[in-house]
Write a protein that binds this ligand. Structure first.
Ligand code: FES
Ligand SMILES: [Fe+2]
Length: 475
């Protein structure tokens, strides 16, 4: 058990309130998922990639865009996933719909911009047009088509829809029209996060990283903290990721990273160094700098002071402290929804990660990084941020990728994570590699890959989801 956990357990004040998100401390126990090694082929086999497409990507719920990006009828947003492109658009009736972004004449990509506002969508090849509700608006020279002698088959020529649903201020979609409703899919894990009031959050920045590694390497890298001490030596100076509580929640999972403290593996627990001052005594993501001055205690205990401070202003602040357990007030609640969406945040802001496969190559993935902020209700609206794609490069430095919206120290952490994508992809292909050893701090990976296998085999479908506590023993 991490030192901070013991201390937090001792000092936590008892409360009569019942919170939507149960705290991680005291720890629940995860089911024993065995000790088997994880084979490397799943990261580079084209057959495995195809099986993932057929049984996972086309059957599970995926994140598309923020609801508030659809500001008026005609506002649209294009999203790519694997070989597909999708067009999400608000109709004149105010409804947001999703379609395959494919011209029904000869199959051209219909909308070729990322976002904007349009009355109709015109294919640049021969000029066929569609309305914002997906119905056909115009066929160029229909008299040339003997197929249309008896009239244009409007039903058949409509854009092909995908299932759309909403949660957390996000538009989600599913290519499977028979999939279970999104709320059932997100299950208990979704309920936990409702206290953050994500629908009020703003998207502040959105960047995409193309990496020369399989999408699951990216998922794996961002769902365990076992690598912090070696790969992110800075991070353990101002947070704890060593031996942290983890919970498996049906097909999803969560962990907690402790903020504003010092890892138990670091010798100096006391000194407020310049790095610690910067990362622990100020709100570190640039959207709300607010120095907590006058703190004179030990570096490892800053989080306790901050919890007390936040609890004391819970009646005045617009932030939903009142509905949150003490852990949530300061620490990082990190949730991953199978297969491709991670939400990691404190009450005032956080990040959403999205992992996407390449269209054809299992050796390439896209890692989307969204920065989110819960701004005061009267804060001016941000412009819809443009997505920027950072192509794979050796020794990539992302310190300036996010401008003012993300701390350069954390951007450097992201560069460190990205640096393993190609080397992992290369290494696991070696004839000498006989599989991964996964420890209990990597149990989310073991569980995630088991979910992948179970979806591929058909043991799990969206109509046969394991319950939220199927892999969990809570006292
Ligand atoms: S391919 Fe789109 S109008 Fe011809
Ligand atoms: Fe990392």
């Amino acid at each position: 058990m991490a030192q901070i956990e013991r201390e937090f357990l001792e000092r936590q004040e008892p409360t009569e309130r019942v919170f939507q998100a149960p705290p991680f401390i005291p720890r629940a126990k995860n089911a024993d998922l065995g000790l088997e090694k994880l084979e490397g082929e799943r990261y580079y086999s084209p057959a495995f990639m195809q099986a993932e497409w057929d049984r996972i990507w086309t059957k599970t719920w995926q994140l598309a865009a923020r609801v508030d990006e659809f500001t008026e009828p005609g506002a649209f947003y294009v999203h790519e996933l694997g070989k597909e492109s999708f067009l999400f658009v608000m109709g004149d009736d105010g409804q947001i719909r999703g379609f395959y972004n494919v011209c029904q004449h000869r199959g051209n990509r219909l909308c070729q911009s990322e976002l904007g506002i349009m009355d109709t969508f015109t294919c640049p090849f021969h000029g066929w047009k569609w309305n914002t509700d997906g119905t056909i608006n115009h066929v160029a020279d229909p008299q040339f088509f003997r197929q249309f002698d008896d009239g244009i088959p409007t039903e058949e020529l409509g854009l092909k829809p995908v299932k759309v649903d909403f949660w957390g201020g996000w538009v989600w979609f599913n290519m499977d029209h028979d999939a279970c409703p999104l709320k059932d899919y997100l299950g208990e894990a979704g309920l936990h996060l409702e206290t953050y009031e994500f629908e009020k959050w703003h998207l502040v920045n959105f960047q995409t990283f193309e990496w020369n590694g399989n999408w699951k390497h990216a998922w794996d890298a961002f769902n365990e903290s076992y690598h912090f001490a070696e790969l992110h030596p800075d991070m353990i100076e101002f947070g704890e990721g060593h031996d942290i509580p983890i919970e498996l929640l049906g097909i999803h999972s969560r962990m907690i990273n402790f903020n504003r403290t010092v890892s138990e593996v670091v010798e100096d627990q006391e000194t407020i160094t310049p790095l610690r001052k910067h990362m622990m005594l100020s709100d570190r993501a640039g959207w709300r700098r607010n120095e907590t001055t006058g703190y004179t205690g030990a570096a490892k205990d800053v989080h306790l002071e901050e919890i007390r401070r936040r609890r004391s202003i819970e009646d005045e602040t617009y932030l939903p402290f009142k509905n949150m357990n003490d852990e949530q007030l300061v620490h990082q609640y990190h949730y991953s929804f199978f297969p491709s969406a991670t939400f990691t945040q404190t009450p005032e802001g956080g990040a959403v990660f999205r992992y996407r496969p390449h269209a054809t190559d299992p050796n390439i993935c896209y890692y989307d990084f969204f920065i989110m902020a819960h701004l005061p209700p009267d804060a001016p609206r941000k412009e819809r941020p443009r997505n920027r794609i950072h192509r794979h490069a050796e020794n990539s430095d992302y310190s300036t990728a996010f401008g003012e919206t993300f701390d350069p120290i954390l951007a450097n952490v992201l560069s460190q994570d990205g640096s393993n994508m190609k080397t992992m992809q290369d290494g696991i292909k070696s004839d000498s590699f006989t599989g991964m050893y996964l420890c209990d701090q990597e149990i989310r990976l073991r569980h995630f890959h088991k979910m992948i296998d179970d979806f591929i085999s058909g043991a799990i479908t969206t109509h046969n989801l394991p319950s939220g506590d199927a892999f969990l023993v809570r006292d």
